[in-house]
Structure formats: structure tokens, C-alpha cells
Ligand binder design. Structure first.
Ligand SMILES: [Zn+2]
Length: 243
């Protein structure tokens, strides 16, 4: 069953259907996660998380300028806390056709039906909390963009298999990554460049746009010329692209 609006979604009914299902798998690499795009050869799907919260509400303006100047189509995963902190920038991103806007959760926590943690961050603790983590920000993004977001990735990118199924019930695609591009914006420039140059065709690359003191923009800038020489085509997760 597919739900796209508040009116059509019975949260209590959905939560109740998953109340007694025990998770059997956990992590960033579960079956059912979208990690590559269906696209012609030479495609790369760069995705940039905006995580929000204390220490996470920054804007990597150099990166946004680079993507715009170099005409790099990509997907931006926005967390509700980051949206709250950066409304004017969000409006400009929504208006830019290079950027597909996706859902990076409401509180930015691991997606679990039983409170499992990742990196010391406690996950959602029940199916009802999973629904709110996905759908509160989903509705926010609908109001901002006029479109239902098609792609969801939780804070820390960790899921259990039951939570992953609930994402699908909410009519979003649970998204992972094939290449960890910037290690949470902590990686050095050369490591980011190497990760991009080594990424296989069709890979979803996880990067960040909320840490201006990180090296994500520099690492991408150093990789772009080589990628373009190879004929790399940059695509959003929905497949819109630029050469
Ligand atoms: Zn994040």
C-alpha cells in the first residue's frame, strides 16, 4: 500500500502492522537499499547530505558554488533541522534544476524499530517513531518543493530491515551508498578525490554539504577534470543528468 499524503496515511494502522515484526538485519548495506542508479555507463550519482543539529547546520557555499558553476546534477538529502536553520538557502536550492531534493530525516537518527544505535546516536525506538522520522520531514519537503520526496536516507545511514520496509510503505526508496566519498566531511582532499576517481559507473556516492571547514568541495574540484575527460555523466537519483 502506498501513502503520499497525510490524509491517506493512517500512522497508527501502519505502526500496528509492524509492531510484532522482529528485525533480523542491521547496518548500512542491507538487501533492498538503493546503492546504484539505473543509468547509462559512465554515470555517477553524487549525493550530498545536510545533517543539521549542533555542529551540523553549516552551509558549504564553496561546494554549492562549484556544483552550480560546473553544472553538476546531484541529489541533496536535507534534514529537517538543517532546513529550519537555512530557509533562504533551501529556497534557492529548490529553485535550481540541477538539484533533486531528498529526505534526510526529521531528527537525524538511525532508523530502527527497537532503538538500536550507531556511532553512539540512539535510533528510533518503534515503528511509530520510524514513521515520524521519515514522514514529518517528508511532509515538510512536500510543502517546500511541491513534490513528494522519492528518496530517504537516515542520519548515520543505518537501518534495520523492518524500518527499511516501513520507508517503502511511505512511498520513498530507502537509499544507501556504493562509495563513502568524504567520511562525514572528515576526509582529506586527496582521499575524496581518489574516492571519486575510483567510483564504479552507476555508483551512488555519499558526500556532505553542511561542513564548510571540510574538504569536500576541494576534493570534488580536483576530480572533476579527470571525470569529465572520461565522459562521466552526473545524474540525480531520479536520472536527470548533466555531462
Ligand atoms: Zn547526515
Amino acid at each position: 500500500m502506498v501513502h503520499t499524503t497525510e490524509a491517506a496515511l493512517d500512522k497508527a494502522e501502519l505502526a500496528a502492522r509492524y509492531a510484532r515484526i522482529e528485525p533480523s538485519n542491521w547496518g548500512t548495506d542491507l538487501p533492498g537499499l538503493v546503492k546504484t542508479v539505473d543509468a547509462p555507463a559512465q554515470a555517477l550519482a553524487l549525493t550530498f547530505d545536510a545533517c543539521g543539529g549542533p555542529g551540523g547546520n553549516g552551509v558549504d557555499q564553496d561546494l554549492i558554488d562549484l556544483l552550480t558553476r560546473e553544472n553538476v546534477a546531484c541529489t541533496l538529502f536535507l534534514n529537517q533541522r538543517w532546513i529550519d536553520a537555512n530557509p533562504a538557502i533551501v529556497d534557492r536550492m529548490v529553485a535550481n534544476p540541477l538539484f533533486e531534493i531528498a529526505n534526510h530525516g526529521t531528527r537525524h537518527v538511525p532508523l530502527s524499530v527497537d532503538g538500536r544505535s550507531a556511532y553512539g546516536i540512539a535510533g528510533t525506538g518503534s515503528p511509530a517513531e520510524v514513521i515520524d522520522e521519515v514522514f514529518v520531514n517528508h511532509e515538510r519537503l512536500v510543502r517546500i518543493t511541491g513534490l513528494a520526496p522519492r528518496w530517504f536516507r537516515p542520519g548515520t545511514a543505518h537501518y534495520d530491515d523492518v524500518a527499511l520496509r516501513i520507508v517503502t510503505e511511505l512511498d520513498e526508496r530507502p537509499t544507501g551508498f556504493a562509495v563513502n566519498g568524504d567520511a562525514g566531511a572528515t576526509a582529506a582532499t586527496s582521499a575524496i578525490t581518489d574516492a571519486l576517481l575510483d567510483a564504479p559507473a552507476g555508483a551512488i556516492v555519499l558526500l556532505h554539504m553542511n561542513q564548510p571547514s571540510g574538504s569536500t568541495a576541494e576534493g570534488l574540484a580536483a576530480a572533476l577534470a579527470t571525470l569529465r575527460e572520461r565522459g562521466t555523466r552526473f545524474v540525480t537519483l531520479s536520472g536527470d543528468g548533466t555531462d
